[in-house]
Design a protein around this ligand. Structure first.
Ligand code: BES
Ligand code: MN
Ligand code: ZN
Length: 510
């Protein structure tokens, strides 16, 4: 279970008092203060910690604490203060002196140090600790508090586990707590969206089938999101032969879920659209994958998870925009009725696809969902997310998602939003020479283009289902799952893309 964190903001002046009294921080078991270059403390912080000044000086010197980001020192039972622990965290730039302060990461780093605390006060007193920064610190705390242990049966009696899950109250002391509290409201919506996405990615594939995924997406109704679920009968009627072909080998039925949030002044204003690949498990089908690491393919729905998390974030913060979120949910299994290499399927668009490799299934799912969304909703742009190719991991590792687009403006906006949120994207080339690689002898196209440029030919196939609308495809096979730990994320499923796309919408479409 995630740790239950109750965050509020208080005025800096209410915690800063001379003579060992820490005002409203008196009751806290942990006081956290922040140091700049050379372990420098602000005037307020120095005043607050004055009774322990000598102890701090010795600790700083012994630990060679320089006030750098991602470093800290800890004083237990600090002299003359009523708190049990004084934690000093660095904020000065580390090796990369030009990097701006990453406030969510600072919050996450801080949270990582608060395992034993029940009541902490964070004293944010540096010139760049604006109300926005304070809210970002709070978001980082919330993201770090996430922990997925739904299936650990021992957690209830294990003392250590109990300790790790104990609730914590965190007061953030800053210059303008009213403004910070207001800013934090939307950040809390975003953090919840990220956590919803993480959980969907972390859930095991026997639990999170397409039908169960659709049921979870339906919970967004509570926030005023309108949900339509297409079952196999409806999809057959629409002619979604590519998506249905992927799911036909599985006993678990396929679904498409459409989520609509109408937050713009006029409900008739054209929507923006997000589309996600939701392969709840990808065995590869008849072109079956090797056994090693196949369990990771439960995360092959990270694109769909992101779209659900994003819709949650947007609806929960009442974003002033009309949005359509659409996810294609299938399970790719071998079986007596499974799709074969050599099969030719007819997509909703009418175009036909020859199946060369049943493991190149994500593009088949997206082909029909992309078409459906354009046909029905005429969006101003479409961004789709998919754990589409292993090749993108070879190209960009786990640092960047691959960005493929027919539109420079949308690409720039995504790139800028990526730098700002730390969910970075890197634009990859597309073009007719790559497109030719998926021409087929027997059908309009084939579903793989060979080993070379594997992520690009996958994107070219998607583009054949995009008609004159600004479109971007994010290949998140490297960023959405199996994620390296960071200050704000310790979870296998990262919830990647929720913050990025929320920012894209907030900056340009509200
Ligand atoms: N879901 C996989 C891609 C993937 C790989 C996601 C690693 C996350 C981590 C996708 O469906 C797939 O199997 N792609 C094939 C395509 C190939 C058969 C043309 C691949 O990347 O090998
Ligand atoms: Mn596959
Ligand atoms: Zn897949």
């Amino acid at each position: 279970m995630s740790r239950n964190v109750a965050i509020d903001f208080i005025a800096l002046k209410d915690v800063v008092a001379a003579g060992g009294k820490a005002g409203k921080a008196e009751a806290a078991d942990t006081i956290v203060v922040f140091a700049g270059e050379g372990a420098a403390l602000s005037a307020n912080t120095a005043k607050l910690t004055k009774p322990a000044a000598e102890q701090i000086k010795r600790a700083v010197s012994f630990a060679k604490f320089k006030g750098k980001t991602s470093s800290s020192i800890d004083l237990l039972a600090p002299h003359g203060l009523s708190t049990d622990r004084l934690l000093i965290i660095g904020t000065a730039p580390g090796k990369d002196a030009s990097a701006p302060q990453d406030f969510p990461a600072l919050g996450g780093f801080t949270m990582g140090k608060l395992a034993h605390a029940r009541h902490a006060v964070l004293v944010l007193d540096q010139p760049d600790f604006t109300s926005d920064a304070a809210a970002d610190v709070a978001m980082g705390i919330e993201l770090r508090a996430y922990n997925f242990d739904t299936y650990k049966s021992k957690k209830k009696d294990d003392d250590e586990a109990k300790e790790a899950a104990a609730p914590i109250k965190i007061l953030i002391a800053c210059a303008d707590p009213v403004a910070a509290r207001r800013e934090h409201k939307s950040r809390a919506s975003i953090a919840s969206g990220v956590k919803i996405a993480r959980t969907l990615v972390n859930e095991p594939p026997n639990v999170l089938t397409p039908v169960e995924f659709a049921r979870r997406a339906k919970e967004l109704t509570k926030l005023g999101v309108e949900i339509d679920i297409l079952d196999e009968k409806a999809m057959t009627k629409l002619g979604m032969g590519a998506l249905l072909g992927v799911g036909q080998g599985s006993d678990n039925e396929s679904r498409v879920v459409i989520m609509r949030w109408n937050g713009a002044k006029s409900s008739k204003a054209k929507p923006v659209a997000f589309v996600g690949k939701g392969v709840t498990f990808d065995t590869g089908g008849i072109s079956i994958k090797p056994a090693g690491g196949m369990e990771d393919m439960k995360g092959d729905m990270a694109g769909a998870a992101c779209v659900v998390g994003l819709m949650h974030a947007l609806a929960s913060r009442k974003a002033k925009v009309n949005v359509v979120g659409a996810i294609g949910l299938v399970e790719n299994m071998p079986g007596a009725n499974a799709q074969r290499p050599g099969d030719i399927v007819t997509t909703m668009s009418g175009q036909t696809i020859e199946i060369i490799n049943t493991d190149a299934e994500g593009r088949l799912v997206l082909a029909d969902v992309l078409w459906y969304v354009q046909d029905k909703y005429k969006p101003t742009f479409i961004v789709n997310l998919a754990t589409l190719t292993g090749a993108i991991l070879v190209a960009l590792g786990q640092e960047y998602a691959g960005l493929f687009s027919n539109n420079d403006e949308l690409s720039t906006r995504l790139t800028v939003a990526g730098t700002a949120t730390g969910e970075k994207v890197w634009r990859m080339p597309m073009g007719p020479a790559f497109d030719k690689m998926i021409d087929s002898k027997f059908a309009d196209m084939k579903n793989t283009g060979g080993r070379f440029g594997g992520s690009i030919t996958a994107a070219q196939l998607l583009q054949r289902f995009v008609n004159n609308v600004p479109w971007a495809h994010l290949d998140i096979a490297g960023t959405g799952m199996s994620s390296p730990s960071s200050d704000i994320n310790q979870s296998w499923g990262s919830g990647w893309g929720v913050r990025l796309l929320n920012k894209l919408v907030a900056d340009h479409y509200e």
